[in-house]
Write a protein that binds this ligand. Structure first.
Ligand SMILES: [Zn+2]
Length: 232
């Protein structure tokens, strides 16, 4: 035990354990995100409201059963930091944390009951190789760990490599992602309720494009969950 503590201390010198949200040192029993951040990161609570602002962004664009995001991105630099850690710093634990929180929020929400499979928004294989993983898959796995709903990574594919959406206008974003997704093994999704998962929901262009592809599956129900959303 002494040796273990000693080793921990030495490791901490070289690889300081810091909160993926606020950057402060983690206490011995804290993992990934400190206790204070866990209690204070800005939750949306949208999972309880069918007509929430995120759901409204899809009205007239795609037929979506329920939409939510776990945290507000804009209100707190901490959520932004968490997402940045996940997307650009190789911090998969940040994604696992976000997925777990999202899963906890959905688990007992009436709107999100009866989901058969969790489908992460795919990256193009080239982008995934650059990053080393698909951040949406990490979040999806976190949700799965809490809810027991399986992840289906074999259904939705990104067939076109495109530039990052970050600096584009809403219209450019929309045009940029039209027709770039493909659904495979459609038979297995017939009559199923699927949960599409992304890291951040901003204009909804990417998720709308995914939904349009999935809508061709007979009897499918589509819901959407993101780790964070813009606004408020
Ligand atoms: Zn913190």
């Amino acid at each position: 035990m002494m040796l273990r503590n000693w080793l921990d201390s030495i490791l901490n010198l070289f690889y300081p354990r810091v909160c993926a949200a606020c950057g402060e040192s983690l206490l011995k029993d804290e993992e990934t995100v400190c206790l204070k951040c866990r209690y204070t990161l800005p939750r949306t609570g949208y999972e309880r409201y069918p007509d929430n602002p995120l759901a409204q962004t899809f009205y007239g664009r795609a037929n979506i059963h329920a939409v939510t995001a776990c945290y507000f991105f804009a209100k707190s630099g901490k959520v932004q930091h968490l997402i940045h850690q996940l997307k650009y710093k190789g911090n998969k634990d940040a994604g696992a944390f976000l997925g777990k929180q999202l899963g906890e929020s959905l688990k007992d929400a009436p709107l999100f009951q009866g989901i058969d499979v969790i489908i992460p928004v795919p990256l193009h294989p080239r982008r995934e190789r650059q990053r080393g993983y698909n951040q949406s898959l990490i979040i999806a796995q976190g949700i799965s760990g809490v809810t027991g709903i399986p992840v289906g990574n074999q259904y939705l594919f990104r067939t076109k490599y495109n530039e990052t959406q970050t600096r584009k206008t809403a219209e450019e974003r929309y045009n940029n992602v039209q027709g770039i997704f493909e659904v495979r093994r459609q038979e297995e999704l017939k009559g199923k309720h699927v949960l599409l998962v992304d890291d951040v929901l901003t204009t909804g262009a990417t998720l709308e494009s995914c939904a349009h592809q999935l809508e061709s599956v007979p009897g499918i129900t589509i819901s959407i969950a993101a780790a964070a959303c813009a606004g408020n």
